[in-house]
Ligand binder design. Sequence first.
Ligand SMILES: Cc1cc2nc3c(=O)[nH]c(=O)nc-3n(C[C@H](O)[C@H](O)[C@H](O)COP(=O)(O)OP(=O)(O)OC[C@H]3O[C@@H](n4cnc5c(N)ncnc54)[C@H](O)[C@@H]3O)c2cc1C
Length: 283
Amino acid sequence: MRQFDYYQPKNFAEAFELLLLPGKVVMPLAGTTDIIPMAREERIAPDVVVDIKSLPGMREIKETEDGLLIGAAVRMSELASSPLVREYAAVLAEGAATVGHVQVRNRATLGGNMCTASPAGDTFPALLVLEAEALLRSVDGERSVPVSEFFQGPRRTALKKGELLVGVMLPKLAGAQGHYAKLSRRKAADLTLVGVAALAVPAGKGYDWRLALGAVAPTPVRVPEAEKILAQGYDATAIEKAALAAHAACSPLDDIRSSAEYRREMVVNITQRVIGQVIEKLV
Ligand SMILES: Cc1cc2nc3c(=O)[nH]c(=O)nc-3n(C[C@H](O)[C@H](O)[C@H](O)COP(=O)(O)OP(=O)(O)OC[C@H]3O[C@@H](n4cnc5c(N)ncnc54)[C@H](O)[C@@H]3O)c2cc1C
């Protein structure tokens, strides 16, 4: 692995100065579970890494007037066990709990997962159904981007040069119930072949449904057709139709872990199972 310089700025001004060092390949660094393996395999070659974990607010989970604010450097194990996340966004806690194994979850951060933007990221379907906003910050100020626009393709995000993801804002959805499940070849520390998140949000006398898929398209995707079907009712026929709509919405590729055809078939199974789990929580 090529050597690089490591900095741990204490404030954003210092961080942005480092991130914009002229003539250098500079990368932010959080839990290191993606960046170090990639540097070892020489898929990336930074000159400088900027550890963002000590920057103000990056490790916080807090309730605000707008919703639940989660700092980008909050770790998967913290997300999975946080009482606030479990209360307002249990589906995200479930996604975080499926990442890798315990050693990975104790280091891997939400922001690192999002910025790597692997199609198989386990937090993304939950972030989509929660309609989270990604909070970005640079020398020019702050902006927020819906997560549906943050993920732009495999390893491509809305982040601009010198910009940091500082957190996500989750709207508070009173009474919402959700579930995330993934299929992988092994039970632990294996990348996701299919990930499905569903959320039922109280609306009038029924529920608005949200459904999102991971690992079966270049970016995580919502399935509006399935959502419309479930909003009309969620008996066995509706669940089957919603799962078929999910099948139609995905565009997986063949890779070394699975054929596209297998992934498509499994989307139907996992979607049915996940919707069933949400319905159990509603009654
Ligand atoms: C054994 C193993 C198993 C794994 N299993 C899973 C799994 O099941 N599911 C899953 O989703 N992932 C899995 N991963 C991938 C990885 O753990 C996650 O993607 C993790 O969340 C990355 O976070 P990190 O803090 O370690 O990021 P880092 O490695 O520190 O950084 C990742 C990338 O994001 C950038 N970055 C980090 N933070 C910021 C920020 N705040 N602003 C801008 N850019 C930033 C870095 O520059 C780098 O490009 C696994 C990894 C390993 C090694």
